[in-house]
Design a protein around this ligand. Structure first.
Ligand code: 13P
Length: 256
């Protein structure tokens, strides 16, 4: 069973609309022929509409970086799934460790956000991963079990088959400290086993990405790992050439 590799760039809180437009004009010709690879940019709310318009007809999908689990209400500063699909956003990053740490995002809220995303027709990327302390204490699997089980708790097997989970060890995010191939493979194989526990037939379809200090030079080795279906790229995705080189690495592996 071949899963389509998926390379997603998470811009976090970077790029005005004008900067996003410059970026996408540089990226589109570079990924035009990236056959066999799914490509997405995950952009700030303010740049979503412009990026959806500028990528129409291209292979680049546009994702939001968060959304609320309810369809409307008195939640100042929040955005609903319907507000995203109305402007043709394709998907949404959910449970990024920065949102869990800085904004107290909980596994319970995420379990509802996953349902809300699927109900609206958005493709969710559920982020999971352990802190350095948790890894040193031997708690990596416990943390991942909790996050994956709760995140997928309310989904049907059919939805689980369409899920993307991004394993992002927190100690590797923005630190330049990449997980070793063994660490990445072991954790991602464990995530896949957790998915299999929940929905046996879905596990071979669900995609699991690696994220954390992915660079163009490091990407080929990580992407070649047996259970790694792609990458969620932060810092290196801010430069269109660097991001395109990571997409190139996935294209080459998909073709080999
Ligand atoms: P970096 O690639 O900058 O480490 O960020 C990873 C990340 O958090 C992507 O969501």
């Amino acid at each position: 069973m071949a899963r389509t590799p998926f390379i997603a760039g998470n811009w976090k809180m970077h790029k005005t609309v004008a900067e996003a437009e410059d970026y996408i004009q540089a990226l589109l010709p570079r990924v035009y022929s990236a056959d066999g690879v799914d490509v997405a940019i995950c952009v700030p709310f303010t740049a979503l509409q412009a990026m959806v318009d500028s990528t129409r007809g291209s292979r680049v999908e546009v994702f939001a970086q968060n959304m609320h689990e309810l369809s409307n209400g008195a939640f100042t500063g929040e955005v609903s799934a319907a507000m995203l699909t109305e402007i043709d956003v394709h998907g949404v990053v959910l449970g990024h460790s920065e949102r869990r740490q800085c904004y107290n995002e909980t596994d319970k809220a995420l379990s509802h956000k996953m349902v809300a995303a699927f109900s609206a027709g958005l493709k969710p990327i559920l982020c999971v991963g352990e802190t350095e302390d948790e890894r040193e204490r031997g708690d990596t699997e416990r943390k991942l079990r909790h996050q994956v089980q709760e995140g997928l708790e309310r989904l049907t097997p059919e939805q689980i088959a369409q899920v993307t989970v991004a394993y992002e060890p927190i100690w590797a995010i923005g630190t330049g400290k990449v997980a070793t191939p063994d660490q990445a493979q072991d954790a991602i194989a464990f995530v896949r086993a957790l998915i299999e526990d929940k929905a046996p037939d879905a596990a071979e379809h669900a995609r699991v990405l690696y994220g954390g200090s992915v660079t163009p030079d490091g990407a080929p080795e990580l992407l070649a790992l047996p259970d790694v279906d792609g990458a969620l790229v932060g810092g290196a995705s801010l430069d269109p050439e660097n991001f395109a080189r990571i997409v190139d690495a996935a294209v080459q592996l998909a073709a080999s």
